[in-house]
Design a protein around this ligand. Structure first.
Ligand code: GRF
Length: 202
C-alpha cells in the first residue's frame, strides 16, 4: 500500500511504522515523509531509512487554505492510497479532509471521544480518570472526532504524572498504529460515510 506520512516533531510513531515495514510485518511503501517543521526529529528517522522527505513550512503561507492547497499538491504527487498523520500538529481545512476522506487517519493520545485536543495527559490526571489510552481514527471534519478504528487502554495509577502517562500511552500508540494501518492495507476496514465498515475481523 503506498502511503505518505505527515509529521511535525519527534516521529516515534513514524519510527514504529518504518520498523514494521522494514521487517515485512506491515505491507506499506512509505513514498514520502512530509513535515511542516524543518527541525522535526522524524525527518532524520526518514533519512536514515532512505525515505524521501519534504518540508513545507506553514509560516510561509498567507492562510491555512493556501498551506493546505500546497500540501495537497505535494501529497498527490506521490499518489498514496493512505495519508497517515503521525504527530502532525496542524488543524486541517475541511477541503483537505474531504479530499482524502476515507484515506486519512490520525492517532490521538486519549480514549476518544474523551479528551480531544492538546495536553491530554494533564487533563486526564486533573479529571481523576482511572483509565486512559490512545485512539486511531479516520479524520473527518470534526477535530479528533472521526470514526475510531482501534483503541488501547491503560490504567492510571495514583503515582502517575503526565510524563509517566505519556510514556505508557506512547508504547500503546506504537503498537496500535501499525496494526490499524495493516488492517486498512489488507482491506479489512473502510470508511463509508461516517461509519467504519469491518470487512473482516482483525
Ligand atoms: C503522539 O502522542 C500522538 O498521539 C500525537 O502526537 C504525538 C506524536 O509523537 N498526535 P511522535 O512524533 O510520533 O513521537
Amino acid at each position: 500500500l503506498p502511503i505518505v506520512v505527515l509529521i511535525s516533531g519527534r516521529g516515534s510513531n513514524l519510527q514504529a511504522i518504518l520498523d514494521q515495514s522494514q521487517t515485512g510485518q506491515l505491507p506499506v511503501e512509505i513514498r514520502a515523509v512530509i513535515s511542516n517543521n524543518s527541525q522535526a526529529q522524524g525527518l532524520e528517522r526518514a533519512h536514515r531509512a532512505g525515505i524521501e522527505t519534504q518540508v513545507l513550512d506553514h509560516r510561509h503561507y498567507p492562510s491555512r487554505e493556501a498551506f493546505d492547497e500546497a500540501l495537497m499538491k505535494i501529497i498527490d504527487g506521490y499518489t498514496p492510497k493512505l495519508v497517515v498523520l503521525a504527530g502532525f500538529m496542524r488543524i486541517l481545512t475541511s477541503k483537505f479532509v474531504r479530499h482524502y476522506q476515507g484515506h486519512l487517519i490520525n492517532i490521538h493520545p486519549s480514549l476518544l471521544p474523551n479528551f480531544p485536543g492538546l495536553d491530554t495527559h494533564h487533563r486526564v490526571l486533573l479529571a481523576g480518570m482511572r483509565e486512559h489510552g490512545a485512539s486511531v481514527h479516520f479524520v473527518t471534519d470534526k477535530v479528533d472526532g472521526g470514526p475510531i478504528i482501534l483503541q488501547a487502554r491503560i490504567s492510571v495509577y495514583p503515582e502517575d504524572t503526565a510524563e509517566t502517562l505519556a510514556a505508557r500511552v506512547l508504547q500503546e500508540e506504537h503498537r496500535i498504529y501499525p496494526k490499524a494501518i495493516r488492517a486498512f492495507a489488507e482491506e479489512k476496514i473502510r470508511l463509508e460515510g461516517e461509519q467504519i465498515i469491518w470487512i473482516k475481523p482483525l
